[in-house]
Design a protein around this ligand. Structure first.
Ligand SMILES: C[S@@+](CC[C@H](N)C(=O)[O-])C[C@H]1O[C@@H](n2cnc3c(N)ncnc32)[C@H](O)[C@@H]1O
Length: 354
């Protein structure tokens, strides 16, 4: 499983130097000049393109890592002068030499495209050297089309529409109306994946510790909870220290390979008698192989009658996931199932560490 993380400043500096060097070489080949000339031109352009360096808005620099944290490569996408606001340019994608030949370039790019799509970007363009046949083939497989160009062209512009692609691949399920009950009225609540809509934090405010792997998801969530960047597969709490944990439409965002670990971690940090409350989707097995994105519009009914609507969208695993799937993982981690209620296409499961 690949993670795309924001680089630290030191990682960004190292990485950006490598990227600039590679881009200068490519441009020299394309323009028939030499890398030093191109390097000087790039250096003159960078303050305009990236006035705030790695923090420049509308640019995403991401380091790809595997589950052990090892760095696999990096990717940079962002806006560029002269291209429309709903279009991003893929400035660079790179896989470290030791990790090549394993399809990681494709995996990194797919991840990045998913995240651009979620941010409302409709088109992605890139430039590729005419002599880089493997890269051109990969981009084609991912749905990029080459613009018409004269035969002597030394770099091709390729583009992909994310919206057309999304329409064909997306299955939108019927809206789920979710009532959040069962939360304790006092005491701290650990909310797993509490970024994004941050519904549990909205309901229980300062009593919530919202943890999420992604800082930007926590920043987006409403204020109130104590927000901590933390991986649910490796909770930084002592054993048997919490009374309540929740997961509100978060398990759907994790790969099957992570679920067991997360159940075990939550079990470990809960005190005996502590409860783990789960709201999640019931995803049927996929019937159409091409429809691999599932969107669940969810309306949450809060206690005061107010409602909040969110769309929760994920890659749809072909085998689907139902309530029995989650129950089996919970029991394997040691939990007792206190109650399980399926409504339409979502489920509420109440677990206890006995
Ligand atoms: C979109 S939110 C789910 C909805 C959210 N709980 C709400 O109330 O709106 C799912 C979150 O789970 C986070 N996530 C996925 N895997 C995780 C992990 N292993 N540890 C912590 N957070 C994780 C994602 O970063 C994402 O922000």
């Amino acid at each position: 499983m690949i993670h795309l993380d924001r680089p630290t400043r030191e990682e960004f500096d190292r990485w950006f130097a490598l990227s600039a060097e590679r881009q200068a070489k490519d441009r020299a080949w394309v323009n028939g000049t030499d890398p030093e000339t191109e390097r000087a031109q790039l250096e003159a352009m960078i303050p305009m393109l990236l006035p705030n360096g790695m923090d420049t808005p509308n640019h995403a620099f991401r380091i790809a890592r595997d589950e052990t944290g090892e760095e696999l490569g990096f990717v940079w996408v962002g806006v560029a002068p002269g291209i429309p606001a709903d279009t991003c340019l893929l400035f660079d994608i790179y896989v470290h030499e030791a990790h090549r030949g394993r399809g990681l370039g494709r995996a990194i790019l797919e991840r990045m495209l998913d995240s651009l799509k979620a941010d409302g970007i409709r088109n992605v363009v890139l430039y590729v050297r005419a002599d880089n046949a493997p890269a051109r083939a990969l981009y084609k497989k991912l749905g990029f089309a080459e613009d018409e160009a004269p035969t002597e062209t030394r770099d091709f512009q390729m583009r992909k529409s994310l919206s057309e692609d999304a329409d064909n691949r997306t299955h939108t399920f019927e809206r789920q109306h979710v009532v959040v009950d069962g939360l304790p009225t006092s005491g701290t609540i650990l909310d797993i994946g509490g970024g994004g809509g941050g519904i549990i934090g909205l309901i229980a405010g300062e009593r919530v510790i919202a943890i999420d792997r992604l800082k930007e998801e926590l920043e987006e969530a409403p204020a109130g909870p104590l927000k901590i960047v933390m991986d649910a597969r490796d909770l930084q709490f002592l054993d048997s220290t919490l009374q309540t944990a929740t997961s509100f439409f978060t398990l759907m965002y994790m790969g099957n390979e992570d679920h067991q670990r997360v159940f075990e971690e939550v079990f470990r940090v809960l005190a005996p008698g502590g409860r783990f409350l789960i709201w999640d989707t019931v995803l049927p097995p996929r019937t159409n192989e091409d429809e691999d994105v599932a969107i669940f519009p969810v309306t949450v009914e809060l206690a005061d009658g107010e409602t909040i609507s969110n769309n929760y969208g994920v890659r749809w695993p072909s085998e689907g996931r139902d309530a029995a799937y989650y129950q089996q993982l919970a029991e394997a981690a040691g939990f007792e199932v206190l109650s399980r209620r399926a409504v339409d296409r979502h489920v509420f499961i109440e677990l206890q560490k006995t």
